[in-house]
Ligand binder design. Structure first.
Ligand code: NAD
Ligand code: ZN
Length: 377
């Protein structure tokens, strides 16, 4: 089959690789119809991880089931399914508590599994013609008969819509809240949509990129252009000097300041300032563990000085981590089916698999208008 293969920093190509196949009785085999490029893929693409060369990338996957193992009882050949980026067993201590982003079975000794990702287990990605889906009955979410018609919306259920929602869950966004979201990338925009699903009264979205801020406005949020570094002050001014009730971080450790310099943690420290005393902050932007065994350059990346004093003094709370996609994707699927949300609004490009390397390049350059790229193998 053809697949997008990682060969080194900024070097991905479409190669012929062995076909994905059923390997365990609980597996399903899916023919991919849509698979997306994610901001998380850029951590690998830019060479900021130790992902092995030869890895097939792609964790935002949707398609048609073409074969099931003998132990699969619910999912059927012909079903259109969307797959959470998390691979989870469904029976470990974390999965049974709904924390499927931290499955203890699929990637022993680490924290959770995912398709086509560094340090998330040996699983191949879905930027390919075929994908092996472990524990298919648990992981595959079957879609209604408008699956093909609303493919642009449903494909967002694999990651970014539930991830945005997870940010608002970690921050406990509730009715009437004001919410400040750092980052107007796909995840930040989905967090803005989610905050409104949960009844927020006002949602501020901060970024430096005008095209993305325009989308935030289309979603119903108040865009805040932080390109002069005045973002925190603008939030304080808009909230009587108190700060927003809740905050969501949707940028990650690769954040840059308004001059364009990389400043890991600047978003966390800004949120501590922009959220009111006793407010909650949900962090879904990715931060990476210290790894003494990695190269010097990789070992310390993402390390930053958190303003813990202000965080403490303001009595704030912070929730973090990978999204437990499965906890939210069923409810969000139903909202899409009933036309209550339209996450596909942020899709800017739909490409063939062969065009994927160009898609990576444009998306990685944060080129004007390249917000979310869908691939159709
Ligand atoms: P993206 O890189 O497309 O978007 C990030 C946005 O942040 C960009 O628009 C950029 O201009 C903006 N930004 C950078 N520095 C900023 C700053 N100081 N203040 C305000 N905005 C700033 O990525 P994305 O696809 O939206 O993903 C965002 C993050 O979420 C990434 O770290 C990604 O890995 C992570 N993520 C986490 C999960 C999870 O389960 N927790 C899932 C998916 C993605
Ligand atoms: Zn993703």
């Amino acid at each position: 089959m053809r697949a997008l293969v990682y060969h080194g920093p900024k070097n991905v190509t479409i190669d012929e690789v062995p076909d994905a196949r059923i390997e365990a009785p609980t597996d399903a085999l899916v023919r991919i119809t849509t698979t997306n490029i994610c901001g998380s893929d850029l951590h690998m693409y830019e060479g900021r991880t130790d992902v092995e060369t030869g890895k097939v990338l792609g964790h935002e996957n949707m398609g048609e089931v073409i074969e099931v193992g003998q132990g699969v009882v619910k999912v059927k050949v012909g079903d259109m399914v969307v797959l959470p980026f998390n691979i989870a067993c469904g029976f470990c201590k974390n999965c049974t508590a709904g924390r499927t982003g931290f499955c203890l079975t699929v990637n022993p000794g680490s924290a959770g599994g995912a398709y086509g990702y560094a340090d998330m287990g040996p699983y191949s990605g879905g930027q390919a013609e075929l994908l092996r889906v472990p524990f298919a009955d648990f992981n595959a979410l079957v879609l209604p008969d408008d699956a093909r018609e609303k493919e642009k919306d449903y494909t967002m259920l694999s990651d970014i819509l539930p991830t945005g929602y997870h940010g608002t869950e970690l921050a406990q966004v509730g009715m009437g809240d004001s919410v400040v979201i750092y980052g107007a990338g796909p995840v930040g925009l989905m967090a803005a949509m989610s905050a409104q699903i949960r009844g927020a009264a006002e949602v501020f979205v901060l970024d430096h990129q005008p095209d993305r801020l325009k989308l935030a406005e289309r979603i119903g949020a108040t865009p805040i252009d932080d390109s002069d570094g005045s973002g925190v002050q603008q939030v304080l001014d808009a909230t009587n000097g108190e700060g927003a009730d809740k905050g969501v971080e949707a940028v990650g450790y690769q954040a840059h300041d308004h001059t364009g310099e990389e400043k890991p943690g600047i978003t966390i420290n800004s949120l501590i300032q922009a959220v009111r005393p006793t407010g909650r902050i949900g962090v879904v932007g990715v931060f990476v563990p210290q790894d003494p065994s990695a190269s010097d350059e990789l070992a310390q990346q993402g390390e930053f000085a958190m303003d813990f004093g202000t965080f403490f003094f303001k009595g704030q709370t912070m929730g973090t981590g990978q999204a437990n996609v499965k906890q939210y994707n069923r409810g969000l699927r139903n909202l899409i089916h009933r036309d209550k949300v339209n996450p596909g609004i942020i899709v800017s490009h739909e490409l063939s698999l062969d065009e994927a390397p160009e898609g990576y390049q444009h998306f990685d350059d944060r080129e004007n208008g390249w917000t979310k790229v869908l691939l159709h193998p």
